[in-house]
Design a binder for this molecule. Structure first.
Ligand code: T4K
Length: 380
């Protein structure tokens, strides 16, 4: 079993609250020189030096060529759809964070929810074709919890029906399959660097682009559509990442391997300690060669002493704040319900998973005694 490092946060008490996640923060003094550079230059935003450095550094780290930074993942999703001029209907997963579908509504696109695969919890390629109509223009799958979608099957369908593929890869920073980063798949992939994500810039996001031309269009779209001082080519938005976020990203990159290694250790401990608890099922990887351990979802099955909500409440009473990612399904929120009334019965796997899932706390600073406390509470 792994030997976890002692926690640095002196305020953390053994029995204090444990949240589903805690952002990774490098030592504060390491950030001061970055701030000094910003203060000296007085360039705060609009594609300044840290913005440029981080785009390059992330491309190198992830093994990709063209990355456009954003103020957050949601604006990146909205802009990705605009960049590819997506309209009509888009097939997507109901089992995700609500921002996935919101990005469609923001573009006046109709989301068409298709069920997920029980093993990967990602869009089930076998169910996609039946949902395609003459209005369908794209597929927006989610690499849920950082586990890769069946990218080959999805691409095959997209090719057959002439559809674009935009991956919501908000959870998938650093994940690789045999060919390299999974972010290279599809027409575009969108990342989130929110505080709760594996790699965070406080708020932030990015679009992974296949070529320089697409990145240029996206760079225009995230800057009001400006091409030069006097030319606006589209009704673009302000989606730019600020220098302070980009500078923080540069510092975070120096710590990311350590942070990912801690997540891997914690995942291994959880899997070992939970293995013998009847009715608790850990979600396995989905074929990735490098995982990022961004979440630790379990399914509370009927063989367990209580249901998922019972366990959620029990943990909460003991100061452990797990989360029901992703419950309710997006398709059950009021602005989507009317869209799926005819299809509700077509989402059995997503519906059942949303009823059983619980994401346990996982973050680099989670200590061995914290994990024991969580597992003991589950084993009660
Ligand atoms: N697509 C997918 C598949 C996504 O999962 C997301 C975001 C997006 C798109 C959109 O990307 P962004 O626009 O956000 O870049 C959180 C996050 O706000 C959201 O980014 C994330 N997915 C979603 C899965 O989770 P909440 O409402 O659960 O967050 P909150 O504030 O309850 O935070 C959870 C716990 O984390 C807290 O109990 C304590 C801890 N925490 C949180 C924050 C913000 C901290 O310790 N410090 C913090 O600063 O949505």
């Amino acid at each position: 079993m792994s030997n976890l490092q002692p926690v640095h946060d002196a305020a953390m008490h053994l029995d204090g609250p444990i949240y589903v996640t805690q952002p990774y923060l490098p030592p504060l003094e390491e950030f001061i020189p970055y701030l000094e550079k910003i203060w000296n230059k007085k360039v705060l935003t609009n594609g300044g030096p840290f913005h440029q450095q981080l785009e390059k550094a992330l491309s190198d780290y992830l093994g990709l060529e063209h990355i456009a930074l954003f103020a957050n993942g949601t604006l990146a999703l909205v802009t990705a759809l605009q960049a590819l001029r997506i309209t009509g209907e888009v097939i997507t997963a109901p089992y995700s964070f609500v921002a996935t579908a919101h990005s469609l509504l923001w573009n006046s696109i109709k989301p068409v929810f298709v069920d997920i695969d029980p093993k990967t919890l990602n869009l089930d390629p076998e169910k996609i074709e039946a949902a395609i109509t003459p209005q369908t223009t794209a597929i927006m799958p989610v690499h849920c919890y950082g586990h890769p979608c069946d990218v080959e099957a999805i691409q095959k369908i997209a090719d057959n029906y002439n559809l674009k593929v935009i991956y919501d890869a908000a959870h998938a920073f650093g994940v690789q399959d045999q060919g390299g980063s999974i972010l290279r798949h599809g027409d575009l992939s969108v990342l989130s660097f929110h505080a709760t994500k594996v790699f965070n810039t406080f708020e932030g996001g990015a679009i992974v682009c296949p070529d320089a031309k697409t990145k240029l269009r996206i760079d225009h779209l995230k800057n009001f559509g400006f091409v030069d001082e006097v030319t606006v080519v589209a009704a673009g938005i302000n989606g730019k990442m600020s220098e302070i976020n980009a500078a923080f990203g540069m510092l975070q990159l120096q710590h990311i391997d350590h942070a990912l290694a801690r997540r891997r250790e914690i995942t291994a401990i959880y899997r070992e300690l939970l293995a013998d608890i009847e009715g608790i099922r850990c979600i396995e990887d989905a074929g990735e060669t490098v995982a990022n351990y961004s979440y630790f979802p379990i399914l509370v099955e009927s063989g367990y002493g209580t249901n998922r909500d019972g366990l959620y409440e029990r943990l909460k009473e003991q100061g452990i704040f797990s989360r029901r990612y992703f419950y309710p399904l997006i398709s059950d929120f009021p602005m989507y319900r009317s869209l799926v009334s005819a299809h509700r019965d077509n989402l059995p796997v997503a519906t059942e998973t949303a009823r059983k899932v619980l994401c346990l706390p996982i973050y680099p600073g989670l200590q061995h005694h914290d994990i024991q406390r969580i597992v003991e509470c589950i084993a009660q």
